[in-house]
Design a protein around this ligand. Structure first.
Ligand code: G4P
Length: 530
């Protein structure tokens, strides 16, 4: 195997998805700690709060002490080169969060053992499931009172439609959490609390060793034996192929905070997850090990440095090797370009890089030429990666400039920000151009929009909240058919027909049940969520 192949083979690029507070940051931090990327716990979290003092990210981030966009971290662990894609929590949840998942090859889903599947887990899971990427479940906080582990697995299956295979099984919970039974190796791993150490101290013992009763108590031992029997009888077989296709999720129990079961989880996860996956470009499949470089843009972050009004385009390297001084071809722009100031994030620090391989995420300076989904490839190659889906916004506002003389700047600003992918904009056939309907996935994007229009375009906004929460695209079989009018459809009062700036028509709904109502009353109408 060449060095080039070896570099790609050792890469693992995954996202961590969870509902806020389930323990994503704590788990990520433990991973970074094992990889030696940070020296002590608290560093990743600390960054959240101290960023205001150390960087020049958007003012809004400083004011709120949060990160508006998802970030990427790279670190090394036991020969693997790991890229973790972070997905931000509920306050700063945005369409970016969904797009970031497009750059991942697998996902770690963190579940709070006391809460089970929560709203944001469900949403993020749905986006991962669209691509059938492998999903590994870490049921966290076993050091607290938790729900019954059988019930938690059942919930994953029912709520997400995902089969599960428990890789280990918890012994007790809360103060009584003693460790896990490793099903593959048929060993009990008994933990001793050791909060600050790299990993909890673990003792391995066979389940039928008489010493086990001394270690965990006779009653616990008997319960464990019963549960193992039940588990072996009831659960489906472990099937690696189904794991690889996102149909079966290996489930691990542990506690990120106390380090119970985190390192065994990381090791097992790295063993089972895939090296960088190929991507589709129309009829072609672009394999990670292809000799030629290719990448796609999945996120654009504007104004990371206000003084320069710069934009950073984040791209996922799909194949080959990226070298900083080589020319690449930008398909959508139809031009050869050199990517300038390529950077990578190492445990939240930025650094300029010279090379990157398939699986890596790089951020490059964008002079305003890139859009979400753009393809970069070797000069002479001509293909476009399949587009990144547009995700349905969940919050809507009607906006216009308070000063009607600033209509031009207003439209320019709104269109520019929409092009970057931070917001989606719509119009109704009846309104003129002075009014725009803005849709966002997370409400913080409204604040970002208002802030940017004020600071970059000198426009003050008039805003009016709209009650819509759901959106469905209207799919037309005949692309040349004239646009539908409201009178062509039977719509309830809380639904509205709008169109995007490319002329695609869609319906906005205030209530979920109205979607079904519209489907029932308009049998020929085809609606799509993505
Ligand atoms: P998030 O990124 O998914 O939002 O969650 P985060 O890691 O920030 O964890 C949320 C809270 O849950 C934190 O407590 C964290 O310490 C706690 N936590 C994470 N993993 C575990 C675990 O395995 N067991 C227990 N008992 N708690 C856990 P906090 O009080 O909100 O923050 P902090 O003051 O501890 O930083």
């Amino acid at each position: 195997m060449s060095k080039y192949e070896a570099e790609i083979k050792r890469r693992r690029t995954f996202a961590i998805i969870s509902h806020p507070d389930a323990g994503k940051t704590t788990l990520t931090e433990k991973f970074l700690l094992y990889g030696g990327a940070i020296a002590q716990a608290g560093q990743v979290k600390g960054k959240k709060n101290t960023r205001a003092a150390t960087s020049d990210w958007m003012e809004i981030e400083k004011q709120r002490g949060i990160s508006v966009t998802s970030s990427v971290m790279q670190f090394q662990y036991e020969g693997f080169c790991i890229n973790i894609l972070d997905t931000p929590g509920h306050q700063d949840f945005s369409e970016d969060t969904y797009r970031t998942l497009m750059a991942a090859d697998s996902a770690v889903m963190v579940i709070d053992a006391a809460k089970g599947v929560e709203a944001q887990t469900r949403k993020l899971f749905k986006v991962c499931a669209m691509r059938d990427i492998p999903i590994f479940t870490f049921i966290n906080k076993m050091d607290r009172e938790s729900r019954d582990p059988f019930e938690l697995c059942e919930e994953l299956e029912h709520e997400l439609g995902l089969d599960t295979y428990a890789m280990n099984w918890p012994i007790g919970c809360g103060k009584d959490f003693q460790g896990v039974y490793d099903r593959q190796n048929r060993k009990v791993i008994h933990f001793t609390s050791n909060t600050n150490a790299r990993a909890a101290t673990a003792t391995e013992i066979e389940p039928d060793d008489p010493a086990l009763a001394d270690l965990i108590g006779q009653a616990r031992r008997d319960q464990l034996v019963d549960e193992i029997e039940l588990l072996d009888g009831a659960s489906c077989d472990f099937d690696m192929d189904r794991v690889r296709h996102g149909k079966l999720s290996p489930v691990f129990f542990g506690s990120a905070l106390t380090n119970f079961g985190v390192e065994p989880f990381l090791e097992e996860f790295l063993r089972m997850t895939t090296a960088p996956l190929p991507r589709r470009a129309g009829d072609e499949i672009i394999d990670s090990f292809d000799d030629d470089f290719s990448a796609f843009v999945f996120k654009i972050q504007a104004n990371m440095n206000k003084a320069h009004r710069d934009r950073i385009a984040f791209m996922r390297v799909v194949s080959g090797k990226f070298e900083a001084d080589k020319e690449v071809y930008h398909m959508q722009g139809g031009k050869k370009i050199r990517l300038s100031r390529p950077q990578q994030l190492m445990a939240a620090e930025r650094e300029i890089i010279e090379e990157a391989y398939a699986g890596d995420i790089i951020g490059v300076f964008d002079p305003g030429i890139f859009s979400i989904g753009d393809t970069l490839c070797a000069p002479g190659k001509k293909f476009k990666f399949d587009p990144i889906p547009t995700f349905a916004p969940e919050h809507f506002q009607r906006i216009r400039s308070i000063d009607t003389m600033k209509r031009k700047q207003f439209l320019k600003g709104v269109e520019q920000i929409a092009q970057e992918g931070a917001i989606q904009i719509f119009k109704t056939p009846y309104t003129g151009m002075e009014e725009v309907i803005v849709g966002v996935v997370g409400t913080l994007q409204f604040d970002v929009l208002e802030y940017r229009l004020r600071s970059e375009y000198n426009v003050e906004l008039y805003k009016e909240g709209l009650p819509y929460e759901y959106l469905r695209w209207i799919v037309r079989d005949d692309p040349d058919a004239p646009p539908l009018k409201e009178e062509d459809l039977l719509l309830p009062n809380d639904a509205k027909l709008v169109e995007d700036y490319k002329g695609n028509q869609l319906l906005l709904f205030a209530a979920q049940w109205s979607i079904q109502w519209v489907q029932d009353k308009n049998k020929d109408l085809k609606l799509a969520e993505f």
